[in-house]
Design a binder for this molecule. Sequence first.
Ligand code: GLY
Length: 400
Amino acid sequence: MKKVVLFTTAISIMLLAFSCRKAAQKGTDDLISENVAFVAGQYARHIAAIEDSGRLLNPKTFINGKIRYIKPQEWTSGFFPGSLWYLYELTGDSVWKRRAIRFTEALDTIQYLTNHHDVGFMIGSSYGNGLRLSGNEPYKAVIVQAAKSLSTRFRPGAGIIQSWNTDRGWQSERGWECPVIIDNMMNLELLFEATKLSGDSSFYRIAVTHADNTIRNQFRSDYSTWHVIDYNPNDGSVRNKNTAQGYAHESCWSRGQAWAIYGFTVCFRETGNKKYLEQAEKAFEFVANHPNLPADGVPYWDYNAPKIPEELRDASAAAIMASALYELSTYSNRDYYKGWADKMVASLSSPAYRAKPGENGYFILMHAVGSIPHNNEIDVPLNYADYYFLEALKRKHDLK
Ligand code: GLY
């Protein structure tokens, strides 16, 4: 009799666990499919507006009731094509693939761009996803050429890739010689990819040299990041530790910290070197333990912004982190990192951050900031917030 009771109890517990897992699974499926249906509706409206214009416009943001479109040379030009690739991947609908190809191939000349470091963002999100999802052979040469262009910015004396030129614009007014921004970690994926495609290991070596010097010079002892390190390009000595888009030189700009978490996660994926994994983990611990991180996991634009809690949030920083943390969860402490990413995705999917259908200039997320010190793109949608949100949904889907 006792045995029968025990057996029945064990079976009941197993059935309960199974149905809880099923319910959780259904919750995940529902969240992803509801988001994907919403995004498909918004981006179909983008496409309709672009078709009405008779031109191949590239949407970046929505300010004062107007969608702002950008030239291929702007650093965010790869994200709209990249989002179309993710829509294709998440829906399986070939109409999105055709659109993704059209918008990707409009960036054909970017492979030759050498006047800033962002070619990694631009080509990775467009051609990189395109190659992964279509296997389109000619895309390989574009990626390798883009890596060659990015490599022209490597300064061997300093062991870093120079992010910005200093001969014009506001960057020429700061007294910098060779500025490197933490965002630059995001361009290394292009170099790793180019080594795999071409067999030329010089791209890989540039990437790890840059990553190592970033560990050495761009992190404080609490693993927060300086936004800009100004190097002497000849001997690698550090001239200045500054900010450009954060609140202060000694504050931590939220999106920069997100770029660091994402970038070092990629470096671990591509090299297997544990020091990069640890750097990503510690950079995230700074965020996870920060007293100014709001309960919904969506950071203020700077962790040290002076008027918190009255400061603006940056949804883009949360979207970038969520995507990075899903990947990180596949290398380490799965439940912990996935739990954080799930929390951020749930917040971003809520009406507090996700637009209503047909609103927000057809972008997905509201409440991102471009650069507060430059009074540029304040509390608006941004195409890269959308892109990393979609990437996070895709990674969440893969983790099921
Ligand atoms: N990479 C520029 C930015 O994050 O605003």
